[in-house]
Design a protein around this ligand. Structure first.
Ligand SMILES: [Zn+2]
Length: 124
Protein backbone atom coordinates (compact mmCIF):
# COMPACT_ATOMS: atom_id res chain seq x y z
CA UNK A 1 0.00 0.00 0.00
CA UNK A 2 3.02 2.28 0.46
CA UNK A 3 2.96 3.26 -3.20
CA UNK A 4 -0.49 4.76 -2.69
CA UNK A 5 0.71 6.89 0.21
CA UNK A 6 -1.89 5.71 2.72
CA UNK A 7 -0.36 5.22 6.15
CA UNK A 8 -1.46 2.46 8.51
CA UNK A 9 -3.10 5.14 10.65
CA UNK A 10 -5.03 6.54 7.67
CA UNK A 11 -6.19 3.07 6.71
CA UNK A 12 -7.39 2.43 10.26
CA UNK A 13 -9.24 5.77 10.26
CA UNK A 14 -10.96 4.90 6.99
CA UNK A 15 -11.80 1.40 8.23
CA UNK A 16 -13.47 2.91 11.29
CA UNK A 17 -15.50 5.27 9.06
CA UNK A 18 -16.56 2.38 6.83
CA UNK A 19 -17.58 0.16 9.74
CA UNK A 20 -19.62 3.00 11.24
CA UNK A 21 -21.27 3.73 7.90
CA UNK A 22 -22.05 0.03 7.41
CA UNK A 23 -23.79 -0.12 10.79
CA UNK A 24 -25.78 3.07 10.10
CA UNK A 25 -26.90 1.87 6.67
CA UNK A 26 -27.92 -1.49 8.06
CA UNK A 27 -29.95 0.17 10.82
CA UNK A 28 -31.60 2.52 8.31
CA UNK A 29 -32.46 -0.35 5.98
CA UNK A 30 -33.92 -2.40 8.81
CA UNK A 31 -36.07 0.56 9.81
CA UNK A 32 -37.22 1.24 6.23
CA UNK A 33 -38.16 -2.38 5.60
CA UNK A 34 -39.97 -2.53 8.90
CA UNK A 35 -41.90 0.69 8.16
CA UNK A 36 -42.85 -0.52 4.68
CA UNK A 37 -44.35 -3.73 6.08
CA UNK A 38 -46.22 -1.70 8.67
CA UNK A 39 -47.73 0.58 5.97
CA UNK A 40 -48.95 -2.38 3.96
CA UNK A 41 -50.88 -3.84 6.86
CA UNK A 42 -52.43 -0.53 7.97
CA UNK A 43 -53.69 0.52 4.50
CA UNK A 44 -55.67 -2.69 4.05
CA UNK A 45 -59.36 -1.94 3.49
CA UNK A 46 -58.96 1.73 2.52
CA UNK A 47 -60.30 3.36 -0.66
CA UNK A 48 -58.51 3.26 -4.04
CA UNK A 49 -57.30 6.84 -3.54
CA UNK A 50 -55.70 5.87 -0.27
CA UNK A 51 -54.14 2.88 -1.95
CA UNK A 52 -52.45 4.95 -4.66
CA UNK A 53 -51.06 7.35 -2.05
CA UNK A 54 -49.81 4.42 -0.03
CA UNK A 55 -48.23 2.90 -3.14
CA UNK A 56 -46.49 6.17 -4.02
CA UNK A 57 -45.15 6.36 -0.48
CA UNK A 58 -43.98 2.76 -0.69
CA UNK A 59 -42.25 3.52 -4.02
CA UNK A 60 -40.40 6.41 -2.42
CA UNK A 61 -39.40 4.22 0.46
CA UNK A 62 -38.24 1.47 -1.87
CA UNK A 63 -36.19 3.97 -3.89
CA UNK A 64 -34.44 5.07 -0.72
CA UNK A 65 -33.98 1.51 0.46
CA UNK A 66 -32.50 0.59 -2.93
CA UNK A 67 -30.05 3.48 -2.77
CA UNK A 68 -29.07 2.56 0.77
CA UNK A 69 -28.69 -1.10 -0.18
CA UNK A 70 -26.40 -0.09 -3.08
CA UNK A 71 -24.40 2.14 -0.76
CA UNK A 72 -24.16 -0.69 1.74
CA UNK A 73 -22.72 -2.98 -0.93
CA UNK A 74 -20.17 -0.26 -1.84
CA UNK A 75 -19.16 -0.05 1.81
CA UNK A 76 -18.91 -3.84 2.09
CA UNK A 77 -16.78 -3.94 -1.09
CA UNK A 78 -14.50 -1.24 0.33
CA UNK A 79 -14.07 -3.19 3.57
CA UNK A 80 -13.24 -6.34 1.59
CA UNK A 81 -10.62 -4.35 -0.34
CA UNK A 82 -9.11 -3.11 2.91
CA UNK A 83 -8.60 -6.75 3.86
CA UNK A 84 -6.87 -7.72 0.61
CA UNK A 85 -4.82 -4.50 0.33
CA UNK A 86 -6.46 -3.25 -2.86
CA UNK A 87 -8.29 -0.42 -1.12
CA UNK A 88 -7.82 3.17 -2.28
CA UNK A 89 -7.13 2.26 -5.91
CA UNK A 90 -9.40 3.56 -8.68
CA UNK A 91 -11.32 0.70 -10.34
CA UNK A 92 -11.14 2.38 -13.74
CA UNK A 93 -7.63 3.78 -14.13
CA UNK A 94 -5.72 2.00 -11.33
CA UNK A 95 -4.42 5.25 -9.86
CA UNK A 96 -4.60 6.20 -6.16
CA UNK A 97 -7.97 7.65 -5.20
CA UNK A 98 -6.32 9.86 -2.59
CA UNK A 99 -6.76 10.14 1.15
CA UNK A 100 -8.72 13.43 1.05
CA UNK A 101 -11.37 11.98 -1.25
CA UNK A 102 -11.50 8.73 0.72
CA UNK A 103 -11.96 10.65 3.94
CA UNK A 104 -14.94 12.49 2.44
CA UNK A 105 -16.29 9.31 0.84
CA UNK A 106 -14.65 6.15 2.25
CA UNK A 107 -16.61 3.83 -0.07
CA UNK A 108 -15.33 5.59 -3.22
CA UNK A 109 -14.52 3.10 -5.99
CA UNK A 110 -13.02 5.58 -8.42
CA UNK A 111 -10.79 8.62 -8.38
CA UNK A 112 -12.61 11.92 -8.89
CA UNK A 113 -11.94 12.32 -12.66
CA UNK A 114 -13.07 8.73 -13.34
CA UNK A 115 -16.15 9.17 -11.12
CA UNK A 116 -17.09 12.31 -13.06
CA UNK A 117 -16.66 10.45 -16.36
CA UNK A 118 -18.71 7.54 -14.97
CA UNK A 119 -21.54 9.83 -13.88
CA UNK A 120 -21.52 11.68 -17.21
CA UNK A 121 -21.86 8.32 -19.01
CA UNK A 122 -24.75 7.30 -16.77
CA UNK A 123 -26.56 10.60 -17.06
CA UNK A 124 -26.40 11.85 -13.49
ZN1 LIG B 1 -9.42 6.78 -11.97
Amino acid sequence: MAQFALTTQQIEDLRRLLVREERQLQATLDRQLHTEGHDRTTVAGRSDADWSTANAEADGLLGRAERDARELSNVAAALAKLDDDSYGVCEDCGEAIGYTRLLAYPAARRCLPCQQKFEARHGH
